[in-house]
Design a protein around this ligand. Structure first.
Ligand code: ZN
Length: 145
């Protein structure tokens, strides 16, 4: 078994529309992300490197200094009010730590699929996202690519 771990930190704004507490107001977090990928044996390129670590990190860094929203947020998704390049639209009903983790998970799967398509390799991808000192969400799934 081989494992790859990539960590990154990113600063974003978000708000939880519909939340009955202070999180409904725009605020920021410094998120800590950790991606762990395991496979029996990773594919290798011509110089024996496996997955491109910087591409995995870039999935997380793409959110840095941006506003995280979902389609429900009519204010931040209005290009007349906010520059679209400063907004990341996540899947789901709110920019929760859960949906940030799934955004990273989907991006990491795309990185693997783009770099080594159709190899029939089973990867376990675990994404850990820490929103605050006390709040952490982990998604772990197996994919075959
Ligand atoms: Zn928050």
């Amino acid at each position: 078994m081989e494992k790859i771990i990539v960590t990154s930190k990113f600063h974003t704004g978000h708000r939880q529309l519909g939340y009955p507490g202070k999180c409904k107001y725009v605020h920021g977090h410094t998120w800590h992300g950790k991606v762990m990928i395991s496979a029996e044996e990773f594919p290798r390129d011509d110089i024996d490197m496996s997955l491109e670590f910087s591409d995995i990190k870039a999935v997380m860094r793409f959110m840095d200094h941006k506003m995280l929203v979902t389609e429900q947020d009519a204010t931040f998704t209005n290009p007349e009010l906010f520059e679209p390049e400063g907004v990341v639209v996540l899947k789901g009903k709110g920019p929760s730590v859960e949906n940030v983790a799934y955004y990273v998970f989907d991006g990491v799967v795309d990185v693997i699929r783009n770099q080594y398509p159709g190899r029939n390799i089973t990867y376990t991808v675990e994404v850990t996202i820490q929103e605050t000192e006390n709040n952490i969400f982990i998604v772990e799934k197996t994919v075959n690519i």
